[in-house]
Design a protein around this ligand. Sequence first.
Ligand code: NAP
Length: 376
Amino acid sequence: MTENLRDGLELRSCISADGMLEIELVDVPVPVPATDEILIRMEAAPINPSDQALLLGPVDPGGLASYGTKDRPVLRAALSTDALNGVRNRAGQSLAVGTEGAGTVVRAGDAVADLVGRKVAVLGGGMYTRYRLVKAEAALVLPDGINVSDGASAFVNPLTALAMVELMREGGHEAIAHTAGASNLGQMLVRLCRAENIPLVSIVRSAHQAARLSGQGARHVVDSSAAGFVDGLTKALAETGATIAFDAIGGGAMANHILSAMEAVGLRNGATYNRYGSGVFKQIYIYGSLDTGPTLLDRRYGFDWAVSGFLVTPFLQRIGPERFNGLKERIQREVQTVFANDYSHVVSMTEMLNPDIVRAYTRKATGEKYIVDPSR
Ligand SMILES: NC(=O)c1ccc[n+]([C@@H]2O[C@H](COP(=O)([O-])OP(=O)(O)OC[C@H]3O[C@@H](n4cnc5c(N)ncnc54)[C@H](OP(=O)(O)O)[C@@H]3O)[C@@H](O)[C@H]2O)c1
């Protein structure tokens, strides 16, 4: 029997042309699937750091004020002129938020009718919504018996971890260094590298995080808050041979520390003195902005280095559908093991607009990942 559907409801974020951020829940029609489409009742969508950037723009969560009613809260904050100038290209647009998520197929077009009732994971934006319409071919059908929350983050972090391994191999590197090493993605990378036999240096910023990763079997963990961090990092890079690093922090001196330590290892291994440096190529990909300040590079590591940005979407476009599908199939098989995620809280879309809860999930703290259940 076909279940009755509720009215559509969607979370939107808008920054007006005069600099007011407004986040609210809006009524939307429930779409009807075309023959190759499915309609998903969204039941789990992570609040990832990149989602927070779209949700809040440059607004400090401490400055949010709540208006509206208990059922339809509205969050507002005024942007400074400087902050508004940085986001002018989105001004006036009511943006749907939520990069990925999972749920149950409640309606389907004729060609894909067998998917009704299946749990699926999807990528594509606008996931903080009661019902999301997608092409069936874009969905990843989750194994039977799985909790829908296990499939909520089946794309962004797993594909990024897999991309790191692919980029390491493409560049002829033999090991990886990774910052914010205890993040959900960092813990996933520990499991993936172990499965692939790739040495990994995980850089964390507290003894607690170091213990957490070591407890999960990570072999090379370096704590940036510890005395002797640079020596420890150099030792770990020497032991693993890592000459490629993925830096989620972005701002500050972390990329510089890694390049300097890689160069120290290269110089130590070099036979003769070369005034242009070790000649060992060192690659840093900045793939996050956990520290929004400027990236500080003192360039005291010769000339064989590169610092580039990395985003998973262009990477997936570059590798083409065949390789992309291969990665997706692997995630589908290992979604509860290598690519498992850890969530601390589940909230409704209404709760997501509670200023206290906003402040909690925007802390982006280790082990405190929030998930939204738009069906609540
Ligand atoms: N470029 C891409 O395509 C792409 C794709 C996926 C993910 N990402 C990025 O990957 C990163 C991790 O994502 P996630 O979902 O795994 O995050 P998460 O589970 O929410 O974990 C965030 C981690 O970052 C640490 N952290 C927060 N602020 C920090 C800072 N200023 N310096 C150092 N560490 C800090 C936290 O440690 P504490 O407990 O010490 O705060 C925590 O371990 C994010 O930056 C995200 O944007 C990028």
